[in-house]
Design a binder for this molecule. Structure first.
Ligand SMILES: C[S@@+](CC[C@H](N)C(=O)[O-])C[C@H]1O[C@@H](n2cnc3c(N)ncnc32)[C@H](O)[C@@H]1O
Length: 349
């Protein structure tokens, strides 16, 4: 085990922030990316239940708006976000090659899932089982209500679990005799960027077998960076705009409020919100990581809580990231018309 194996992703991001921004190490409050979604994740919490539901709602709302918007990400008449997802799903259905399907959704949300599953059924897919895996227990009811009309109540299974600690043997048995089953794992909503490529790769390897398929979504970085790590060709506006979306601001405020409830009442709290894109060394070279922070008062001291950190690969880096562990090969990539988002399908070797 190397030294880096013991450092959480957000601690690495914290180091990068200190090097590439004006924030001092003692001003930073770092929490793990997963703890925001976990009941026992944040000790200062005032009302876990309410806050975890609200955090889930922010993600669900963003997905609803994306799926309902005919023009989002079209660029100059290319595929919109929804069209790109549907084009990917058509390719996914073809890669199933007539096998029965087990569908595993990491970090479930209802809008893209309903779109994908409806389309898979239209393509004649034989779904044996859906398994949602979430560390946040507040997602299960919504997911059950959204999916059972499409897939049937008997096919719906849910694990409140940390996907880093899951293996394929933890998944519920499938009541079918045939061995000809393919597992489709979805890792959507940029959560691919919440950790180093090696750790995501190992996690995906543990929950898949040869021939299984992974569908993942990434917000791409299309600018360029000089040798000092500074963004010189600034095409990062789309990323910046995404992190200034009202729902993303609400997400950060919810995480910040778990440290300092007064932020909820502060009418000018948006002035305490910081977005930074900083370079981070990873196994696939220097990758830009989007960071959001809110300034809160913790035990009388002003601190920046790191509320989100997410790698933004280039298209080429994303392919290398998936293939770096040697256990997956990328089969297909579908970008939106503006090139800001890509859906990637890979196959377990
Ligand atoms: C960035 S959100 C993405 C949500 C959704 N997949 C989407 O497409 O918008 C990350 C999701 O993963 C879940 N999550 C984060 N860390 C997790 C972990 N270690 N184990 C299981 N679920 C986790 C969170 O509860 C949250 O729903």
């Amino acid at each position: 085990m190397t030294e880096i194996d013991n450092i959480s992703f957000n601690e690495l991001v914290g180091h990068a922030l200190v090097v590439h921004s004006t924030i001092l190490p003692e001003q930073l409050a770092i929490l793990d990316n997963s703890s925001k979604y976990r009941p026992e994740g944040i000790k200062q919490n005032v009302n876990d239940e309410e806050s975890l539901s609200a955090i889930f709602d922010t993600m669900s709302n963003i997905n609803r708006m994306a799926i309902e918007d005919d023009h989002l990400c079209t660029g100059k008449n290319g595929p919109s976000f929804r069209q790109a997802l549907k084009l990917t799903t058509t390719k996914l259905a073809a890669l199933v090659e007539g096998r029965q399907v087990r569908y595993v959704e990491l970090g479930p949300e209802p809008w893209k899932s309903c779109t994908i599953l409806t389309q898979l059924f239209e393509a004649g897919i034989d779904l044996q089982q859906y398994i949602g895996v979430d560390i946040n227990p507040k997602s299960e009811d919504t997911m059950r209500k959204a999916l059972t009309p499409i897939i049937g109540a008997d096919k719906f299974k849910y694990l409140i679990a940390d996907f880093y600690k899951c293996s394929i043997d933890d998944f519920p048995e499938i009541s079918t005799d045939t061995q000809d089953i393919v597992t489709i794992v979805t890792n959507l909503g940029f959560q691919e960027g919440n950790d180093l490529p090696s750790r995501i790769g190992q996690m995906l390897s543990r929950i898949t077998r040869k021939g299984d398929l992974v569908l993942s979504e990434m917000q791409l970085f299309n600018g360029s960076v000089n040798p000092c790590g500074i963004v010189v060709e600034n095409k990062s506006e789309t990323i910046r705009n995404f992190y200034h979306h009202d729902e993303m601001l609400r997400f950060s405020a919810l995480v910040g409020a778990q440290f300092d409830e007064s932020i909820k009442a502060s009418f000018d709290w948006k002035s305490k919100y910081l977005f930074n894109l900083v370079p981070l060394d990873t196994e696939v070279g220097s990758v830009n990581v989007a960071t959001t922070l809110v300034l809160v008062n913790i035990n009388g001291e002003e601190k920046y809580v790191l509320t989100n950190s997410c790698l933004k690969y280039t298209q080429e880096q994303f392919k290398r990231a998936r293939e770096a562990t040697g256990t997956f090969l990328v089969s297909d990539s579908q970008e939106t018309g503006d090139g800001s988002i890509v859906f990637q399908i890979s196959e377990r070797c």
